[in-house]
Design a protein around this ligand. Sequence first.
Ligand code: ADP
Length: 415
Amino acid sequence: MNILVLNCGSSSVKFQLIQTDMDRIEHNSDRTLAGGIIERVGSQSLITFQSTGQQKVRQALPLRDHRSALDYLLRWVISPESKIKDINSLADIHAVGHRVVHGGEKFTMSVRVDDAVIEQIEDSIDLAPLHNPANLKGIMAARELLGPGVPQVAVFDTAFHSTMPEESYLYAIPYQFYRRHRIRRYGFHGTSHRYVAYRYRTLLGIDREKVNVITLHLGNGCSACAIRGGESMDTSMGLTPLEGLVMGTRGGDIDPSIIDFIHHKEGMTLSEIDTVLNKQSGLLGISGLTNDMRELLDEEREKQDRRAKLAITIFCTRVKKYIGAYLAEMGGADAVIFTGGIGENSAVIRDRICEGLAWMGLALDKEKNAALVSGKEGEISAQGSKLRAFVIPTNEELLIARDTLRTITNAPRRW
Ligand code: ADP
């Protein structure tokens, strides 16, 4: 089955076209036929498409909305110019899987999209005002362009964390705020945490119930997840993705009183402060240079930039803190798993996070750690390390494609 995976942001449309079926899932032999991104939807859009084995094609073109972007994308996919084998017309696209950021409390697993589901995603807009409307636009555009006969599935970033117990998801604020407004921790990056936990159990050949790990998704957005018995029992992002680890431009955990303090001292509005915390904090805020970890590491190494070093150190210390907290909460774990752009590619950052953790049984093998970059998968802990460490590149699109297949064929969706 050929599945179009769509990830619509407020001004972008990312896609992958993935060929999968139950047999391919079994043998881990799903095929990515093509992928790409349209950025700056709504103005002069930047298009980057690539079909597997072919050169990247780049183009700039005005695309006024998500529907026009998807229309353009579909035309390219079926055109001879894209050279995608097995795709000659829209009828060769058998289903669409959408990344949907917030499923609220309603969605605990991926679902086939119908009118009721659309309404419920609309109900969660309050919780993700930036993301869910864009995801909905993608769903509506796909429905219009491919027709109601092509099944669509919504895969939620929050769903994997729906197993968190009350003591993890409730904030210690008056309970009526939860009752009235559903203010609680939801967590995000669920598809990524779930995928790497699945790969871990496949690598080790163990059952899902035996998976006791801490997964660290370290990309532009960062989150940690405590997975016990194969289920998410706690995660660092909260009501929104702002909580938890230090990220590219988000500060993660802060004393909430800081908001009122800044308001008085700087005369900024709540919404301006929200922008500061989401877009001008984290690595960028501390370093005053960039949100890009690679550039910060270069600055630190080549120019001994004090604030670049500080940003990196605060980043690593926060991750370390969460590892310690989750180990205590989980009653111990078997492994720590690194993923995301930083987690997958930076041996230096992994080393700095794990530095000084030998007392809790985590010892890295320096050579293995240095060797696992650029999409490689494997163990990086030293032989005999009580708490093991792994690098497992994430693949949210693949999981969305597989979930789409399993949802529309009513196959079991446990991972
Ligand atoms: P997103 O969360 O937007 O999907 P990614 O997972 O691609 O982002 O992660 C982006 C981050 O990964 C950036 O901070 C980038 O600098 C970092 N990164 C990518 N490659 C390396 C590398 N070799 N060393 C350090 N950081 C890296």
